[in-house]
Design a protein around this ligand. Structure first.
Ligand SMILES: [Zn+2]
Length: 134
């Protein structure tokens, strides 16, 4: 089985984890590469550069010069415990499925109706923040 870093765009990873860095590819694009795949890409570029004219040659940036890519750990999670705070000060603790971004998008700025039970007036309240409990 091949070793594969899920955060790396390359295909010759030597480790399934570790730092990945941003390699600009021109035209606003970039590749997110681990150290091994960066080395592979630079070897490819050096090879290509032999047959390219000076100004058409690929850059060979040093690994140290590349920005470290911050891996987003916001993954989908089932039954995520959250505490939602509303404009009125009311809070609601509940469980919801999704990424943190999904959950924030679902609640923050949205209006929810409370007080559906007997003897309780219905009223709308707007969620202002979500706190992730677990
Ligand atoms: Zn890689």
């Amino acid at each position: 089985m091949n070793t594969y870093n899920p955060n790396c765009d390359g295909s010759v990873c030597k480790s399934s984890s570790g730092e990945v860095r941003v390699l600009p590819t021109g035209g606003g694009g970039n590749l997110i590469l681990c150290r091994a795949c960066y080395g592979h890409e630079m070897a490819y570029r050096r090879e290509r550069n032999r047959r390219l004219a000076g100004d058409a040659r690929f850059d060979i940036p040093a690994w140290e010069s590349l920005a470290v890519y911050e891996v987003d750990d916001d993954q989908y999670k089932a039954m995520r415990a959250v505490k939602v705070t509303f404009k009125s000060g009311r809070t609601l603790e509940t469980n919801i499925n999704g990424t943190k971004e999904d959950v924030r998008r679902y609640y923050v700025g949205e209006s929810f109706t409370f007080g559906t039970g007997e003897g309780e007036d219905e009223y709308a309240d707007t969620a202002v923040s979500v706190e992730f409990i677990d």
